[in-house]
Design a protein around this ligand. Structure first.
Ligand code: DCP
Length: 230
């Protein structure tokens, strides 16, 4: 499945292409995706699509993120099924600007979070298969390719610190070992064998650094995203 990721992204480079140049920002929980994206507010040709965490915590007044962390065995399937829906919605949302920058994607949901929940026994075989069948159907029938991935790579220890500082109530039970597992799955997907994949291109950012150091990195990376034809 991981191997077919490049094909999914390449396939729709055809005349059927219906999407803007799509950049996806990925990285562990607490890696700084929101801060990174905030930097791009100043560019008129970039439309920002933030992750719909507010929807996940309030679907008709149900806090799916909260109940998933409290009782993952019972609610992981429900939660990831809803994440998949909101992610497809984000991939398909109209975007008048030439560049679409998204926080996370259908792919990190599938390759990192769903995989991890299955490996930990929080998703049973049948649940995992149903999520995967939906994923494969979406990939085969909708143009949800991405053109570039910015990977904010952090040590799980740093991600944990930032997550604690932020203090999102639902995440109070997230442990270092959970973040380590997620880190390993991001690495396996985006940098197998320590080397970033090239299709789509993955730009790896050392996101362990302080905010001011990251500002410099963002200035360096923005021309790659915003002035690709210049
Ligand atoms: N989440 C999940 N399954 C997914 C996507 C996210 O369980 N498919 C969870 C993990 C977090 C919360 O949703 O508890 C939000 O996670 P993100 O890493 O996507 O967003 P952050 O707000 O942590 O990003 P950052 O701190 O990098 O800005």
């Amino acid at each position: 499945l991981l191997r077919s990721f490049s094909q999914i992204c390449r396939r729709d480079m055809s005349s059927l292409r219906s999407r803007p140049y799509t950049v996806v920002v990925e990285g562990n929980i607490g890696s700084g995706k929101t801060t990174f994206m905030d930097h791009f507010k100043q560019y008129e040709d970039v439309a920002l699509f933030s992750e719909p965490v507010d929807k996940w915590t309030n679907v008709e007044s149900h806090n799916l993120l909260g109940i998933m962390y409290k009782d993952p065995k019972k609610w992981a399937m429900t939660f990831q099924s809803y994440v998949q829906l909101t992610m497809v919605n984000m991939h398909k949302q109209r975007c008048p600007e030439p560049i679409k920058m998204m926080e996370r994607s259908l792919y990190s949901a599938r390759f990192c979070f769903v995989e991890n929940l299955y490996e930990n026994g929080y998703l049973d075989g049948p649940e995992y298969v149903v999520l995967d069948e939906w994923f494969k159907w979406i990939c085969s029938n909708l143009d949800i390719g991405v053109d570039m991935i910015v990977y904010l790579r952090t040590h799980p220890e740093v991600a944990l610190e930032r997550m604690k500082l932020r203090g999102r109530e639902e995440e109070s039970c997230v442990s270092l070992s959970y973040l380590r597992q997620l880190h390993n799955l991001h690495e396996k997907w985006l940098c197998p064998g320590g080397v970033p994949i090239t299709s789509p291109p993955v730009y790896v950012v050392d996101a362990n650094r302080s905010f001011s150091e990251m500002e410099k990195e963002m200035k360096r990376i923005s021309p790659l995203i915003c002035n690709r034809n210049n």
